[in-house]
Ligand binder design. Structure first.
Ligand code: SF4
Ligand code: SF4
Length: 266
């Protein structure tokens, strides 16, 4: 299974795509376009790519997490600016492998697969790619397995039917599911909900996320699983009540748009 380059879209999260204060689609896109344009004029040699990468990195956005690298070789692979990917990869350069000129080295880039590869099923990956449909949202969702599963479970709890890829062939449901998943794009900068998948504990396993309802003086939300995944608490800079009502409304919309007939009951 390849989560990085899918038929519908692609991801650049581990190359540092989201490691910036301003995560808006417009700003992220502008940075990718800047790199793509600049690198298109650079000779395909390690020397020239190294110099270009250094310049691009120096002029790029400051990292939100300084310990996480941002690779200046991540850009758009297509003329339309829809497919994000590595501009130092031999398939992008036309032959030379220039990934050593980026934030890591060829071996690291070649070998790395994020934990989602081990956890997600092919069906879940296809649902995420089909529902999101663009690199910005896809990368945020595909790297957060608990969030994707919580969202799909939330829909299933309302409809009584597991969400399957074929349900996304119904455009109103696909759009409603995209809106639910788009919660990931609407969170405060630096929120746990954005980067939760990258917070390992001492044993390397993800640290469980938890909303401290006692401290907030209110009972647990029936949507706790999704809210926990998006970091819906003051610690993350997000407003719990606002996000809770958004989750409820978007789940309701998914249930209303869910295709009837021929569904698989749980
Ligand atoms: S974060 Fe995962 S899916 Fe995204 S590019 Fe990296 S390895 Fe691929
Ligand atoms: S060189 Fe490595 S880190 Fe940089 S964009 Fe390519 S794959 Fe990502």
């Amino acid at each position: 299974m390849n989560l990085c380059q899918r038929r519908q879209t692609s991801c650049g999260a581990c190359c540092g795509l989201y490691n910036r204060e301003d995560l808006s689609r417009e700003s992220v896109r502008a940075e990718l376009e800047r790199r793509t344009l600049a690198l298109a004029r650079v000779p395909r040699t390690p020397e020239a790519f190294r110099v270009a990468a250094r310049t691009l990195a120096a002029d790029g956005p400051a990292p939100l997490f300084p310990s996480v690298r941002i690779c200046p070789l991540l850009g758009f692979l297509d003329a339309g600016g829809e497919r994000v990917g590595c501009l130092g990869h031999p398939k992008a350069t036309g032959g030379a492998d220039l990934r050593d000129c980026g934030a890591y080295d060829v071996l690291t880039c070649d070998a790395f697969l994020c934990p989602s590869h081990a956890w997600l099923t092919e069906e879940e990956a296809e649902i995420a790619a089909t529902a999101t449909g663009d690199f910005h949202l896809y990368g945020l969702v595909i790297t957060d397995v608990p969030f994707l599963r919580a969202a799909l479970d939330g829909v299933a709890a309302r409809t009584g039917a597991r969400v399957l890829l074929r349900h996304l062939a119904h455009p109103p449901f696909r759009a409603a599911l995209e809106r639910l998943l788009a919660l990931k794009e609407e969170l405060a900068p630096g929120s746990d909900g954005l980067f939760g998948a990258f917070r390992p504990g001492r044993d390397g396993e993800p640290v469980p996320r938890r909303i401290d309802y006692d401290a907030l003086g209110r009972p647990a939300s029936p949507h706790d699983e999704i809210l926990t995944c998006v970091g819906a608490d003051p610690r993350s800079g997000n407003d719990l009540d606002t996000l809770e009502s958004e989750v409820r409304e978007r789940l309701d919309a998914c249930a209303r748009a869910f295709p009837t007939g021929g569904t698989t009951r749980r």
